[in-house]
Design a protein. Structure first.
Length: 368
């Protein structure tokens, strides 16, 4: 029995459920999957038992206790957040269970990006978070990283053995190449958080409408915090182009690819923050797989994977983002080349089949 636990992701998370769990089920493993999410969703099927609890009723300590009481028959514990490391410690000491720690983001960069703390206090908390993580890694058997940059910037420096299992898309989701359009749809898909990313995108869209009046914008993603939804809707209404902007706060996973197939250009308007410099956005590969031409901020991970298969723009600049989109809209041959090269990258290098083999090799090495 494999126990997979998440404390903060949606149950049907792309990486955890649609990639890793489905790959393990296909191989024949029995899985008990714990999530903590304020919503109704049951993913249980033949060899998968899904147990979800409400976040508001289960703070981290209570959630860890709840899970620990239900996993005595397990051979592997696979955790997806750093706050679950005490669960790894507890279960390793109790019955010697094999532990996999799956790192999606760098803890330190997330703190640097989203914390409101300043100066020495911020540095002190960052240091304590690093100590907390490192002090628990002795109870971990395997570390999985979502991208290589995470390895180079922390874990490798600590001399820890890691395996990079990237968030590459499934090959069967590869979309048909799109026809060039003078009435294009621009898509942003991903987390809608209270930072400047979406505000930069809206400002760029206003500039874009001056040159390409027919252009449309679609924003898909859950808002964090929820109160940001009202702020974003107000900004959309104040733009004067609310009839050209569609905002979908939450849609079922199976519908996201439909919207991607309808879009012509996928945008990644990242700011140059500590987290973004280390994080490879999953949407980059999803855009390429769904045959969207990509216009993205020029940050190291995106530049590395996108290479010549998309348009890079200055991070945080609405004008640069608008100019990049206009360049692609006005040049049919460039639009088609970006789509073709993006498809080829997915087919040849950046697909889940390649990443899946590395995941399964880890499980085989644990000899369960």
């Amino acid at each position: 029995m494999i126990i997979i636990v998440s404390s903060g992701h949606k149950p049907d998370d792309e990486r955890i459920y649609h990639r890793e769990i489905k790959s393990l089920l296909k191989t024949g493993y029995d899985i008990r999957y714990f999530t903590r999410w304020d919503g109704e969703m049951d993913l249980s099927e033949n060899n998968l038992q899904h147990i979800n609890v409400e976040r508001k009723k289960y703070p981290t300590k209570k959630y860890i206790q709840f899970v620990s009481e239900k996993i005595n028959d397990a051979s592997v514990l696979h955790i997806h957040e750093f706050d679950l490391l005490p669960l790894a410690k507890q279960m390793k000491k109790k019955n010697g269970i094999k532990v996999i720690y799956d790192v999606h983001d760098t803890l330190r960069a997330m703190w640097e990006t989203f914390s409101s703390k300043k100066g020495l206090l911020k540095k002190a908390i960052n240091k304590s978070l690093s100590f907390f993580e490192v002090s628990h890694l002795m109870y971990v058997d395997e570390i999985i990283l979502a991208n290589k940059v995470l390895d180079d910037n922390f874990y490798k420096q600590k001399g820890l053995n890691t395996t990079v299992v990237e968030n590459f898309p499934l090959l069967d989701l590869l979309g048909e190449k799109k026809e060039f359009s003078t009435n294009p749809c621009i898509l942003y898909q991903g987390q809608v958080s209270i930072d400047q990313v979406l505000l930069v995108l809206l400002e760029a869209f206003i500039k874009l409408k001056e040159t390409v009046p027919e252009v449309r914008l679609k924003i898909i993603g859950q808002t964090r915090p929820l109160s940001f939804k009202d702020i974003l809707k107000e900004k959309i209404n104040l733009s004067g182009f609310e009839n050209s902007i569609t905002f979908l706060d939450f849609i079922p996973h199976e519908q996201i690819w439909h919207h991607m197939q309808e879009a012509h250009i996928g945008v990644i308007p990242s700011l140059k923050t500590p987290r973004v410099v280390l994080d490879t956005p999953t949407k980059l590969f999803e855009y390429m797989a769904s045959s969207c031409a990509v216009v993205a901020s020029d940050v190291p991970p995106v530049r590395h994977f996108l290479d010549r298969a998309g348009e890079l723009v200055e991070p945080g600049s609405a004008q640069s983002l608008a100019d990049g989109i206009i360049k692609v809209i006005r040049d049919e041959s460039l639009f088609k080349r970006y789509i073709s090269e993006g498809n080829k990258k997915i087919t040849d290098h950046y697909n889940w089949t390649i990443a899946e083999n590395k995941l399964l090799d880890i499980y085989k090495s644990l000899e369960i």
